[in-house]
Ligand binder design. Structure first.
Ligand SMILES: *[C@@H]1O[C@H](CO)[C@@H](O)[C@H](O)[C@H]1NC(C)=O
Ligand SMILES: *[C@@H]1O[C@H](CO)[C@@H](O)[C@H](O)[C@H]1NC(C)=O
Length: 423
């Protein structure tokens, strides 16, 4: 009798353990809470490479899942209600075993590229905010490299920009890990460079054009003081749309000669021809302000820089996209020599030059005398849409400046030109 009771107890114990195990197994099967994390990793990697077709189907299937449910696994159990959602959960389970793909692995260990945007006076300026949204959205969609975005702005501007960039990332299902935002205070800096800016403004600001007299249009000269920890940075206007991989643009740094401090594309309008009209009359054979006669094949312009200046026209530079070697900028005696009253007096008189476009005026002036300081980017990396001069006296020759037959990588809606939706 005692033996039987003991046996019964043991059988019941086994039964309870078995029931518990079955319960556990069933529970796990019914509510797949755990896979949320690996799936979101995968979502990230596939969305990051959306151009490569082998990821696109996975990308789409995970794309139906509301982003919030990826982030809060505890909510998921509650949401397991209808069949459709259940199916999506099952897809999660399948994707759980997908390892990090080599591309993602590689990407996570690549050093980030440093990019900078000047984003001041953004509060209540919805047009400017829309521009940043479009610029950063297009930039992130095409970048194969992780990025560090330096936002040169004020506190309000930084909050606005952070929100915009977070929205852009969510809307495009981009991976948050590939982008870091850095707040660079413009307010503190303006007072620091006040004296130098006043000097530059005195010579390079047309009284009628107050827009470009804002100190921010001269920030790029002082990037080594504004971003002292960086080696190389790409400074971009916000009125752009990016269509190429910014890592490819960054690789142009590797083509810099030892004397090249910064890289820019040429100005694509006759604006410097106009500003130099008195000088050009007195020097009819000058190349300064003239159209680049091989504008259609500028892709190797970096190597042909001398030829460009001496045998062909030099239309000046456009500073909408600037590759800046911070270390060389800091050490450049040539550039520093231009921050002097006597130098600027002589130059503006010598060339009878009335600048009005901020930093790019000075870069253009420096290039007149020291072309080797600059690397010339292909027109595709700063395709300027402004056609103002075409309708203001330069119709006949406008296209000699404006033509760019390369595949466009960055479109620049300068002088407030709307960038076409389908561009
Ligand atoms: C300009 O070029 C023409 C022909 O190339 C030459 O005859 C003339 O002397 C040059 N003028 C000046 C001012 O150098
Ligand atoms: C003024 O600038 C021009 C152009 O850079 C240069 O050729 C000339 O020697 C300068 N004159 C003086 C007095 O520095």
């Amino acid at each position: 009798m005692v033996l039987r009771v003991r046996l019964l107890k043991q059988v019941m114990g086994l039964f309870i353990i078995a029931a518990f195990l079955i319960f556990l197994y069933g529970w796990r099967d019914g509510k797949p809470l755990v896979p949320a994390l690996p799936s979101s990793l995968h979502l990230s990697s596939s969305s990051k490479h959306q151009s490569s077709s082998k990821h696109s189907s996975l990308h789409q299937s995970s794309g139906h899942v509301p982003a919030a449910s990826l982030l809060t696994p505890t909510d998921l159990g509650v949401h397991v209600i209808n069949n459709q959602q259940q199916q999506q959960q099952d897809q999660f389970v399948e994707q759980e075993v997908v390892p990090l793909d080599p591309q993602e692995n590689d990407l996570l260990y690549r050093p980030p590229l440093d990019l900078a945007f000047i984003f001041t006076h953004a509060k209540d300026n919805f047009a400017l905010q829309a521009k940043l949204r479009s610029a950063v959205g297009s930039l992130l969609q095409h970048s194969s490299a992780p990025l560090r975005l330096h936002l040169i702005t004020d506190e309000d501007g930084f909050h606005i920009a952070s929100e915009i960039i977070t929205e852009v990332q969510a809307a495009n299902q981009l991976d948050l890990r590939y982008v870091k935002l850095v707040y660079v205070s413009a307010d503190d800096f303006v007072s620091e460079i006040r004296e130098s800016v006043d000097l530059l403004r005195k010579f390079l600001t047309h009284r009628s054009n107050a827009y470009y007299s804002d100190p921010l249009f001269f920030f790029s000269f002082f990037l080594h003081r504004l971003l002292p920890g960086l080696d190389r940075v790409i400074l971009m206007d916000v009125d752009i749309k990016v269509k190429g991989d910014i890592a490819e643009l960054h690789s142009h740094f590797e083509r810099f000669s030892p004397t090249n401090v910064m890289g820019m594309a040429l100005e694509q309008t006759p604006s410097y021809r106009h500003m130099l009209s008195v000088y050009r009359k007195a020097h009819p054979n000058t190349t300064l302000g003239g159209p680049p006669t091989f504008s259609n094949s500028l892709s190797n312009a970096g190597d042909a820089r001398d030829t460009l200046v001496h045998r062909h026209g030099f239309p000046g530079y456009n500073s909408g996209v600037v590759l800046m070697d911070i270390k060389k900028l800091r050490e450049s005696k040539i550039i520093a020599s231009y921050m002097s009253h006597s130098k600027l007096t002589n130059l503006t008189q010598h060339y009878n030059f009335h600048g009005q476009l901020g930093d790019q005026d000075l870069y253009t002036l420096i290039a007149f005398d020291y072309p080797d300081v600059f690397y010339t980017l292909p027109c595709s990396w700063n395709r300027q849409l402004c056609v103002w001069w075409r309708d203001h006296g330069y119709k006949k020759i406008f296209n000699e400046y404006w033509t760019c037959n390369e595949e466009l990588k960055i479109i620049h809606g300068n002088c407030k030109t709307q960038i076409p939706e389908d561009a």
